[in-house]
Ligand binder design. Structure first.
Ligand SMILES: [Zn+2]
Length: 267
């Protein structure tokens, strides 16, 4: 599932390739991904609009169109955006741009969403979202954990607590900091929370530099895989030796999600 680095990669690439372009036509092959309005209304409102700005909040992309209209795109589990010269048959919706390129919204499991709204800041999903990790100081990050009794790893990936971090980067961050994913947040001392911050920020930035991690369907805007996967230290490494201490990496379900960790060097 795309997390902050993957969605930010797409936003940066859209800013270079789609910003300022006009959406001339829309091919809707599968209207299930369009929420709240009919296919006809969607087409009539979005066609001939120019993309004025592209914003990311957490794992959500927001396209600002002319006339105060916003396209909110949530990729969820298997959604991805692919810029190509043709409409791709395996995709659901294609935005035909005035430079001849097509922005394809592809989603094998049809769990992603495209919403058309006039005030994206009012969406419940956005309003209830926690702060952006890349915009937080270490001091303010540490403060978020005051009196939090949840386990550290599910807490890091709770979008109401912190925006954009999901199952994969939460595991990588606590591995890097040497903290067990099972530890209760309020039992971890501030110095160690500070270490999680330093690790998380470094990991998110490095992953953005490499175009994110393609562990499943996620691809960059040009269809290429993200290159951070090769740098993952613990995710999906069950049974393999820990890069730090050589102990065997374990997998356990924590808060209902598969979690990989080193039982020896994560305390
Ligand atoms: Zn280890």
């Amino acid at each position: 599932m795309p997390e902050l680095p993957e969605v930010e990669t797409i936003r940066l690439q859209l800013s270079r390739n789609v910003l300022g372009k006009k959406i001339k036509d829309i091919v809707v092959d599968d209207a299930r991904v369009i929420k709240g309005v009919s296919k006809t209304v969607f087409k009539s409102k979005v066609e001939n609009k120019t993309v004025k700005n592209i914003i990311r909040r957490g794992k959500v992309l927001i396209f600002e169109l002319a006339d105060d209209l916003y396209l909110v795109i949530h990729l969820r589990i298997s959604g991805w955006l692919f810029l190509s010269k043709t409409y791709e048959k395996f995709c659901r919706v294609g935005f035909v741009l005035n430079n001849g390129k097509i922005l394809n919204f592809c989603d094998s499991r049809v769990l992603g969403e495209i919403k058309l709204i006039d005030d994206w800041t009012n969406l419940a999903l956005i309003k209830n979202m926690g702060p952006e990790p890349l915009g937080l100081s270490k001091q303010n990050f540490v403060k978020l954990f005051d009196k939090k009794t949840a386990k550290i790893k599910p807490l890091l990936m709770d979008q109401r607590f912190l925006a954009g971090v999901g199952n994969m980067y939460a595991q990588e961050a606590v591995f890097c900091a040497g903290i067990s994913p099972q530890r209760r947040a309020d039992k971890i001392d501030k110095k160690d929370i500070g270490r999680i911050y330093t690790c998380l920020i470094r990991i998110l930035r490095k992953s953005i530099e490499r175009g994110g991690s393609s562990v499943d369907t996620y691809r960059q805007l040009n269809g290429e895989k993200g290159k951070y996967k090769a740098l993952l230290k613990v995710y999906q490494r069950q049974g393999k030796p820990c890069f730090r201490c050589k102990a065997t990496i374990k997998r356990e379900s924590i808060g209902g999600r598969g979690t990989y960790y080193c039982p020896k060097c994560q305390k």
